[in-house]
Design a protein around this ligand. Structure first.
Ligand code: ATR
Length: 274
C-alpha cells in the first residue's frame, strides 16, 4: 500500500494501542531521511478479523506487518511461508510482503540474545529462563542455540514441559528457585513486575556475578532489576529486547541497516514524555 506515496508497515495486535513499535520504526525512518518514503502505523485487529486483515495486506500491498499478541501463532496458516526459526519457535512476530508473497519470520529471539551477547559470553554459561510462554520460548531458543545451559522455571510445571522437552532443558517449579543462585544469566519472561512492585525471583538468590535481563519494560526499572542492581549484578531492561527485535525487523522491512542509536533515542524520548 502506498498512502500518500509511502510504503506502509504496521503493527497489529489486540490490544495494540500501547505498542511502542511505531515510535521506534518511525524514529528510524526519520534518522535515515526516508520518512517521506516509509511510514509505520498500528492497527487493532481482533482474532475474528485476522484473515480479512491478511487479505488487505495482499490487496493493498502493505510492505510489512509486525505481529503481537494474540496473532503470533494464529497468523501462520494465513501466510505463504515461514522461515526455519519461526517454524522451530512456532510463532512469527513479523510478515514481509515480497511482491505479493507473505513470508513470516521471528525476530524475538534476536531481541532476547543480542543484548546479552553485548555483556557476556553465552557459550558455556548457565541461564534461568522464568516463564514458558511466547517470550520464554524465544529466550530458550536463542540461548540454547548460542550454547547456554538453560533451566526453565515456571509457575505451572505442566505448561512448560513441552518447551523443556523440545529444547532439552532442565525444568523446575518457580517455587524451587534456590539453584538460581548458581546461575550466570537470569531472564524474566513472565509479566510479573509489569506495572507492579513484584519480582518473580527471591532477592536472596541474586549476586554480583550475574546478568539479569527482565523482558518487562514498564516500569523501565522493575523490582527484579532494582534488586539485581542492589546486589551488584549487571542488568538489562526490557526496552533492549524491544529495540533489538525491532532493529532486525527494520532491516528485513526496508533492506537498510537500522540506525540503532536514533531508534533507541526515539523510544527513550517517548518514554520520558509519558
Ligand atoms: P507471552 O506469550 O507474552 O510470554 P503467555 O503465553 O501468557 O505470555 O505466558 C505467560 C508466562 O508467564 C507463563 O509461563 C506463565 O506461567 P503459567 O504457565 O504458570 O501460566 C507466566 N506467568 C504469568 N503470570 C505469572 C505470575 N503471576 N507468576 C508466575 N508466572 C506467571
Amino acid at each position: 500500500m502506498k498512502r500518500d506515496g509511502k510504503k506502509i508497515c504496521m503493527i497489529i495486535g489486540d490490544p495494540v494501542e500501547h505498542s511502542l513499535s511505531p515510535v521506534i520504526h518511525n524514529g528510524g525512518y526519520k534518522a535515515l531521511g526516508i520518512d517521506k518514503e516509509y511510514e509505520y502505523l498500528m492497527e487493532n485487529v481482533t482474532p475474528e478479523d485476522l484473515k480479512a486483515f491478511i487479505q488487505k495486506v495482499r490487496d493493498e500491498n502493505i510492505l510489512g506487518v509486525s505481529c503481537t499478541i494474540p496473532h503470533k501463532e494464529t497468523v501462520i496458516p494465513c501466510l505463504d511461508g515461514i522461515d526455519e526459526t519461526a517454524k522451530t519457535i512456532g510463532a512469527v512476530n513479523m510478515i514481509v510482503n515480497k511482491n505479493g508473497t507473505l513470508q513470516g519470520n521471528n525476530t524475538d529471539w534476536i531481541g532476547a540474545t543480542r543484548p546479552l551477547v553485548k555483556v557476556c559470553d553465552l557459550k558455556g554459561s548457565s541461564a534461568a529462563v522464568i516463564g514458558a510462554g511466547g517470550a520464554g520460548k524465544a529466550f530458550v531458543y536463542g540461548l540454547t542455540n548460542a550454547g547456554c545451559k538453560v533451566t526453565v522455571y515456571n509457575r505451572t510445571l505442566e505448561n512448560a514441559k513441552p518447551l523443556a522437552i523440545q529444547f532439552g532443558c532442565e525444568l523446575r517449579s518457580l517455587d524451587d528457585q534456590d539453584q538460581i543462585k548458581n546461575t550466570d544469566i537470569i531472564c524474566n519472561t513472565t509479566s510479573v513486575g509489569m506495572d507492579s512492585d513484584e519480582s518473580p525471583i527471591n532477592k536472596a538468590y541474586l549476586n554480583k556475578n550475574q546478568v539479569v535481563f527482565d523482558a518487562v519494560y514498564s516500569p523501565l526499572e522493575t523490582r527484579l532489576l532494582k534488586d539485581a542492581k542492589e546486589k551488584g549484578a549487571q542488568t538489562i531492561p526490557g526496552t533492549e529486547m524491544l529495540l533489538h527485535q525491532a532493529f532486525a525487523q527494520f532491516q528485513l522491512f526496508t533492506g537498510k541497516e537500522a540506525p540503532q542509536k536514533a531508534m533507541r533515542q526515539a523510544l527513550m524520548e517517548h518514554l520520558s514524555e509519558r
